[in-house]
Write a protein that binds this ligand. Structure first.
Ligand code: C5P
Length: 280
């Protein structure tokens, strides 16, 4: 048995985020095209240890951290303790809509399963992941996925090529709950089409985020960040998840890097991550 594992936990971008009306369970059904990103990731190190410890500087401790609750979920599913030392180095900003906490939790599910040879397959891990949060099943599967339901129904899509994203911010750290509440208040929401958009991303004009107006209402400064990205030539500008980071999309790395050089508060210049086993 390896005595420790080092697992990359990538950020994600929702190239499309369609949001339907709030369901009786309090959540909104989604139709979202998720891509795992290269060049922006946390690192999760898991080592067998006599008891459970979690070090995650800059993020909440204990059960307030989704990575901790991922261990609880796995222990409950396997009906056995899984003591481990978990060290997370965070590079993905929090409250940015980039999925850092969910990605860390998925890395913990995958890492502990491998470390203790629990014999759970990806489908079983995805079921556990769905109870932890909407983005966690995606990070267990990785790659590029069209996700529906609350994010638990995943359909693999081909990785967009020639796509470079300049991620800025978080311009305004936003609470997911507040953004969805504002989305409800603003109205105009019909049922969502569960069909995935057709590719390629540059041809259809389908890139977009239904939470944009709500986020912008809560944080008007997002509008200036969007204007900056558009002025620098981004093909598309979109809010990341429920905010508050923004992404501008380009078709070449050189053009994206040139634009990033003129912006303040750039988090990363990224592109869709080639599929690997494990997270991302
Ligand atoms: O996924 P997470 O638990 O972080 O979501 C926080 C809150 O955002 C939920 O309690 C819910 O109010 C809202 N939300 C929603 N529909 C979704 C995802 C989140 O209404 N699909």
């Amino acid at each position: 048995m390896a005595d420790h594992l080092v697992i990359p936990a990538p950020a994600k971008l929702n190239l499309v985020l369609r949001v339907g009306p709030r369901a009786p369970d309090g959540y909104h059904p989604l139709g979202t095209l998720l891509v795992a990103l290269a060049g922006l990731e946390d690192t999760v190190t898991i080592a067998a240890a006599p008891s459970r410890t979690l070090s995650c500087p800059g993020a909440p401790d204990g059960p307030a951290n989704l990575a901790w609750r991922a261990v609880d979920a796995l222990e409950a599913a396997c009906a056995r303790p899984l003591p481990a030392r978990i060290d997370i180095v965070k590079r993905i900003p929090m409250q940015a809509g980039l999925g850092g906490g969910s990605s860390d939790a998925a890395a913990v599910l995958i890492g502990l399963t491998a470390l203790y040879r629990l014999g759970l397959d990806v489908r079983e891990l995805e079921r556990l992941a769905a109870d932890l949060g909407s983005d966690v099943p995606f990070f267990v599967r990785g790659g590029t996925q069209w996700a529906t339901g609350r994010g638990e129904r995943l359909l693999p899509r081909s990785r967009p090529t020639d796509l470079w994203a300049v991620i800025c911010g978080p311009v305004a750290p936003l609470s997911t709950t507040e953004v969805y509440r504002t989305f409800d208040r603003l109205g105009h929401c019909g049922a969502i089409d569960p069909a995935p958009p057709t590719e390629p991303w540059t041809s259809g004009g389908w890139v977009g985020n239904d939470l944009w107006q709500a986020a912008r209402t809560l944080a008007p400064e997002l509008g200036a960040a969007a204007d900056d990205l558009a002025r620098l030539g981004a093909h598309e500008v979109l809010l990341c998840g429920s905010g508050g980071a923004m992404a501008g999309l380009w078709t070449s790395r050189a053009a994206a890097e040139a634009a990033a050089g003129q912006l303040r508060s750039v988090i990363a210049v990224t592109s869709p991550r080639p599929r690997v086993t494990g997270t991302g």
